[in-house]
Design a protein around this ligand. Sequence first.
Ligand code: S3P
Ligand code: PEP
Length: 447
Amino acid sequence: MDVCVYPATRLEGVVHPPSSKNYTTRYLLAAALTEGESLIRFPAESEDATALKRCLTDLGAVLTPEGEHLRVRGFGANPRNPGTLNPGNAGAVLRFLMAVCAATLDDITFVTDYVESLGKRPQGDLLDALKQLGAEVESRDGRLPIRIRSGGPRTAATTGGGRLDGGSSRLRGGTVRVSGEVSSQYTSALLFAAPLIGGDLTIEVTGDMKSRPPIRQTLQVLREAGIRVEASDDLRRFHIPGGQRYRAREYTVPGDYPGAAALMAAAAVVPSDVTIPRLFHDEQGERQAVEVLAAMGADIAHDGQQVRIRGGRPLRGGRFDGDPFTDAVLALTAAAVLAEGETVFYNVENLRYKECDRISDYRAELNKLGARVGEERDKLIVAGRPEGVEGGVAVESRIDHRVIMGLTIVSLRAREPVVIRDAHHVAKSYPAFFDDLRRLGARIDEM
Ligand SMILES: O=C(O)C1=C[C@@H](OP(=O)(O)O)[C@@H](O)[C@H](O)C1
Ligand SMILES: C=C(OP(=O)(O)O)C(=O)O
C-alpha cells in the first residue's frame, strides 16, 4: 500500500500510542517459558507481535485472546519441535528464539520471507556465543536461513541438582563471551536462555557496547518472571544460576515510546496541541525523546503518565548521543530536518544493522524530500530547514517502519504532497500510525 501525505496545518487531540513492542516481546516469551498460565494485559497488536505469537504457538504454547488481553499457557523448558520457525521481519524475536531453542531443542531451522531486510541483518555474534555453549550452527555467512543443532548427548545438569523439570541441558553452562557492538539483542537472547541451561552461566559482553536500555528491559522482565540474575552495574557481566523455572503471572504492557516519539515529533513540527497517555517512567530509553525535543525548543511536558506537546514554536538543532534512544533517532532526525541550524545524532552506527541501513538509506530518502542530511560512519548530520522542504516526490519505505514514520513527519511540512511507497510496512510496530495522525487532523490518503 502506498500513501500520499499532505502538508498539515494543525494537529490536535488525544492519541493512545501502541503498546510497547519490546515489553510485548519479552512478556510473551517469559509467559511461554513457564509451565503455567499467564495473563498479558494490552499486548502490542503488530506484525512483530503476530510473528512471535505464531512462533510460540508452533513451539506448543496455547494463546487465548481475552478482549485486549492475552492468556498464555506455556511449554516450560520443553517446547514442541516444529522443525522450522519463521519470525517474519522481527529481529528481537529471531535473536531471542534462536537462543531459547538452542537451549531446549535438538535441531531447529530459522527462515524469513524478508530476504532484503531481516535476511540481510547480522547474526554472527550470537551464533558464535551459542557455539561456545556447545551448539552446532549452519548459516549463510552469519545470516538467515540458520540451522541450530544442540542435540549432543543430553548432559545431565551439574549444578543445583539438575533442572527442576527433570530434563537436562542441550547447552553447557560456564562462561560465554558475546560482542555488544552490533546489537544488545544477542545479550538479551542469552539472558532469556540462561535459566533453561543445566549449569550456571556467566555472560561477558565484549567490545563497544550499544543499546543498554533494552538490556535493562530484559533484566526487569526476567526478575518479574522470578528469574535470579546477578548483573554488574555496567551491564557487561551477568551470572545466572541454571535450572531455574520461569514463574507464571500477570503482566501489563505499557505504551510504546518509540512509536510515541514519532507522534511527539509530528506534533512538534506543526502547530498543535497533542496529548499522548500511557507513557510511564519505565526502562524504555526512548522516553528521552521528551528531553531531546525540549532541548530543541519544543513545548513538551511529561507528568509520568502522559506527554503533552504544543507545537508551533521554532525548533533549534543540537548535538545528541543517539544510542540511549536508538528507536527514536529517526523520528527526532525528522524533527531536526525542520529545525534551525545543525543537528548531529552521534554514536548511532548500529542503526546500519536494523531493518535497513538507517543512516545511508534514511538519509537518501529524506534528501529526496528536500532535506539536507549528511552522514559519517556513526552519525546523522542534519542542516535544518525551518522553512520546510519541497516534497512533491515519491519516496521509498526501505521495508522499515521507522523510516516510514520519519518520512511522514517531514512530509507534514512539505510544500507539495509526498507519496510514500510500500507504507504498509509501518505495521511492523505501529499498524494504526496513519489512522492516529488522521485522527489528529492530518490528511493521509491510501493509494
Ligand atoms: O531488545 C530489543 O527488544 C530491541 C533492541 C534494540 O536493538 P539493538 O540492540 O540492536 O540496538 C532496538 O533497536 C529494537 O527495536 C528492539
Ligand atoms: C530494530 C527494530 O526492531 P527489531 O530489531 O526487533 O527488528 C525496531 O523496532 O526499530
